[in-house]
Design a protein around this ligand. Structure first.
Ligand SMILES: Cc1cc2nc3c(=O)[nH]c(=O)nc-3n(C[C@H](O)[C@H](O)[C@H](O)COP(=O)(O)O)c2cc1C
Length: 326
């Protein structure tokens, strides 16, 4: 395998990009400049709609047009499609329609059943990849007609999976769609290792927070540079399921486990969605405040175990170049 080109070139063909690197959607870190820089550098940046609108203050369509002015290369959009409320579902439908009108042709769906997204996107010749942590969710995505799978492993930032990159590859390789490795990659060695397993590309998040183009505060970026793998803990108090965060004074104060009432509500089939929504609503506000805080006192910061390989803040182009050409 050439160091720059994967053996499986389907991600490159599906997206029209030259480097098999996706800058994953990140709430609240996906500012438009970061998304555009990832695409401009040869990979593909993924828009996170709530981040674009609520955190970074853009009208959704205008935000996409702003990204378009920064790069004419392909960009993607993340559609978190868990049907939490009717209003959110309608909003997501609108965002997808607008993205398609504005020329976005690559979508990454998370949670839920992606069939309705696939229908809209395939109708105009676009492509949908689905986030998965295991075989069951992968099959659910494929039933909906998705074109590829983002395989979220146990070292990922955001909602981590349970299996290693190698285990997940083995579990899913016979499904015959392109597999993208998400989680734990911030050095060229890690990149080469997963590409040699047979992955068609990688999705990275944490490493891109420590980039010059990310709007995160200098303190957040420095915490990523300074942290080791052992500083990353899983908190269930952010969305009700484990999310990777840097262990800071805020996390120590909050704790990582739900309280007794929340735990009880999270167990019930009907109440778990309500509880997760309550957690998410609170976290959306807190994470936004921490991202933009310039005093360094709000240290509520998400990151994955790939912090270990991040030793300085660099441009997105330099981060990507370092991956494919050690
Ligand atoms: C701060 C942060 C926020 C994230 N938010 C989202 C999100 O909103 N939607 C999503 O699908 N994935 C989200 N992710 C997951 C990333 O898109 C990506 O899969 C993951 O970061 C890869 O692991 P890495 O951080 O080890 O590179 C997030 C990750 C991080 C670090």
């Amino acid at each position: 395998m050439s160091k720059a080109l994967p053996a499986d070139t389907r991600l490159l063909e599906h997206t029209g990009i030259t480097m098999p690197i996706i800058c994953g959607a990140m709430y609240p870190c996906s500012n438009p400049e970061l998304v555009a820089a990832a695409s401009e550098s040869g990979g593909i940046g993924i828009v996170q709609p709530i981040s674009l609108t609520y955190v970074h203050g853009h009208n959704f369509r205008e935000g996409l047009r702003y990204i378009r002015r920064l790069t004419d290369k392909p960009v993607g959009m993340n559609a978190l499609i868990e049907q939490s409320t009717k209003r959110y579902h309608e909003r997501m439908q609108q965002w997808i329609d607008i993205a398609l009108e504005e020329g976005v042709r690559f979508f990454v769906t998370s949670l839920g059943k992606p069939g309705w997204v696939v229908e809209k996107v395939h109708a105009v010749g676009g492509i949908v990849y689905h986030d998965t942590t295991n075989r069951k969710f992968a099959e659910k995505g494929l039933e909906g007609g998705v074109d590829g799978l983002i395989c979220v492993n146990n070292r990922a930032g955001g909602h981590a999976g349970q299996n290693s990159a190698a285990e997940l590859y083995e579990e899913l390789v016979d499904l015959e769609v392109p597999l993208i490795c998400a989680g734990g990659i911030s050095t060229s060695r890690e990149y080469q290792q997963v590409m040699e397993l047979g992955y068609a590309g990688v999705q990275m998040g944490t490493a891109f927070i420590a980039s010059t183009e990310c709007n995160a505060s200098a303190e957040y970026k420095q915490a990523i540079v300074d942290s080791q793998e052992s500083d990353i803990v899983l908190s269930e108090r952010i969305t009700g399921v484990p999310v990777s965060v840097i262990r800071t004074s805020t996390i120590d104060r909050m704790g990582t486990q739900p309280g007794p009432l929340a735990r009880w509500l999270l167990k019930g089939n009907k109440t778990k969605h309500l509880m997760r929504m309550l957690y998410a609503m609170r976290s959306i506000v807190q994470l936004k405040k921490s991202l933009l805080d310039k005093t360094g006192t709000r240290d509520f910061w998400q990151a994955g175990k790939s912090v270990a390989g991040v030793d300085q803040v660099k441009s997105v182009a330099d981060i990507m170049r370092a991956m494919v050409s050690p």
